[in-house]
Design a protein around this ligand. Structure first.
Ligand code: AMP
Length: 170
């Protein structure tokens, strides 16, 4: 199945010059969504990890079914002001602006291994921040998985040495 057919290009969103890759057609197609989750689970099976970390917000959509299928804890990384307990934070730059991610400080124990999930690897800023948060609590980011990599933005370089795998690459 060609998952790329289930992504929609939206020019100039959310800012002029950005070609936004819209995953909502993929979400709306049960067979395509099932195939995406199956492929992500297969990629995940190549790594040893204790928990799945998902970047707000589209990462949640893929990480939750993965966590259920793989029998792993699911940890949300959220924007500031959303998590109710004590948090660790990391600021980062986006392809379009800057942002901050937070995780509950007790979500991972020192030495635990975390697999990171998001929909798109663009500049890599988001997933680099996620990996930094994991390291801040003494845990280990093992890899990051994505539906799509925008390779011309060289996100892989930014997150190096963290291994990344994407189902699709542009
Ligand atoms: P980055 O931190 O630059 O790797 O950006 C990754 C995050 O921003 C992901 O959570 C994506 O959902 C979102 N994102 C960045 N650029 C795009 C794009 N061109 N199309 C869709 N989502 C994007």
């Amino acid at each position: 199945m060609d998952l790329m057919k289930h992504l929609r290009d939206v020019p100039d969103f959310p800012k002029p010059g950005i070609l936004f890759k819209d995953i909502t057609p993929l979400l709306a197609h049960p067979e395509a969504l099932a195939e995406a989750i199956r492929m992500l689970n297969e990629a995940a099976s190549k790594f040893e990890f204790d928990a799945i970390l998902a970047a707000e917000s589209r990462g949640f959509l893929f990480a939750a079914p993965m966590a259920l299928a793989l029998g792993k804890p699911l940890i949300p990384l959220r924007k500031p002001g959303k998590l109710p307990w004590k948090v660790v934070s990391q600021k980062y730059d986006l392809e379009y602006g800057s942002a901050e991610l937070q995780m509950h400080e007790d979500a991972l124990q020192p030495g635990q291994r975390a697999l990171l999930i998001d929909d798109v690897l663009a500049t890599g800023g988001t997933i680099k921040a996620a990996a930094e948060i994991v390291r801040k609590v003494g845990a280990i980011p093992v890899a990051a998985l994505f539906i799509l990599e925008l390779s011309f933005l060289e996100g892989k370089k930014l997150v190096d040495p963290l291994p990344t795998h994407s189902l699709l690459t542009i």
